[in-house]
Design a binder for this molecule. Structure first.
Ligand SMILES: Nc1ncnc2c1ncn2[C@@H]1O[C@H](COP(=O)(O)OP(=O)(O)OP(=O)(O)O)[C@@H](O)[C@H]1O
Length: 258
């Protein structure tokens, strides 16, 4: 249905993908490509399946007992739904940041080092270095460098969200999934995260779910518009905003459906 419209490097290919909670089909034959070092925004009205799709990309939705999926998501030459996929490795390469920042009840340092220890890294100096780099990349280092041993819960909401981004970055992902990462934040903290996301796309491929159309338009390179479980249209953000091909997309972009 959609042609390859770019020469960008494809990082993820979703093919005939369906998802159900119990008997109810939520994702309906989704086909889309996502691209390396680009910001891809999944948009659409509440309940259209954005979060379910995002959570299917690193198989975290497998943890919901009633959830079932069919179809393929090709990453690094393999279908991530193949039986022999190592889920821990998959989630290392495809990290996720959730809507509400949820730091673990431990220090700032321990939060960022957590995943490294799970993956078996023991060298303290190496861990220190990675923690520092991850906090720098998440634009948090300057604010926390003198209080790394303080509880992460003392940070502001925006700082906590950047800490969660640092935690995801520490294990060296290739793709970052962001589920409404600014919806719990004030405008200034939101602006900082948006700037950070744009900066991070130089090194990572970012897939963001947002109900904030202005945000998607501001920061994304590609937009994917979903409606009632179907992917209606996708393409470069500028083209889609200026010249949507489907009436439904136009109606959504103009605020006629919400
Ligand atoms: N754990 C679950 N069990 C059953 N149904 C669910 C579950 N999670 C979500 N749903 C349903 O699946 C549909 C899609 O939900 P999803 O959260 O993916 O949509 P969304 O587009 O991200 O919505 P929003 O913008 O409101 O977050 C909704 O009808 C929702 O009620």
């Amino acid at each position: 249905m959609f042609e390859q419209i770019t020469t960008e490097k494809t990082i993820l290919k979703i093919i005939n993908f369906n998802g159900w909670y119990d008997q109810k089909q939520i994702l309906k034959n989704i086909n889309m490509d996502m691209f390396k070092n680009k910001i891809s925004a999944i948009i659409g009205p509440s309940g259209c399946g954005k979060t379910t799709l995002l959570r299917s990309i690193n198989r975290i939705n497998d943890e919901i007992p009633d959830y079932r999926a069919s179809g393929e998501i090709i990453y690094d030459g393999k279908n991530i739904y193949d039986k022999d996929i190592d889920i821990t490795m998959l989630r290392k390469k495809i990290g996720m940041v959730f809507q509400k920042p949820v730091p673990f009840p431990m220090s700032i340092y321990e939060n960022v080092a957590f995943g490294l220890k799970i993956h078996g890294l023991k060298d303290k100096r190496r861990i220190d270095e990675i923690v520092r780099l991850a906090l720098k990349r998440a634009a948090l280092w300057d604010e926390v460098k003198d209080e790394l041993n303080k509880p992460a819960r003392n940070l502001s909401g925006g700082q906590q969200q950047r800490l969660c981004i640092a935690r995801a970055l520490a294990v060296d992902p290739e793709i970052l999934l962001l589920d409404e990462p600014t919806s719990a934040l004030d405008p200034i903290a939101t602006q900082k995260i948006e700037n950070l996301i744009e900066h991070l796309s130089e090194d990572y491929s970012i897939i963001i779910v947002t109900h904030n159309l202005a945000q998607a338009t501001r920061i994304s390179d590609y937009m994917y518009f979903m409606y009632q479980g179907e992917l209606i249209e996708w393409g470069p953000t500028r083209n889609m905003v200026r010249n949507p091909k489907k009436q439904l997309t136009e109606d959504y972009l103009n605020g006629r459906i919400s």
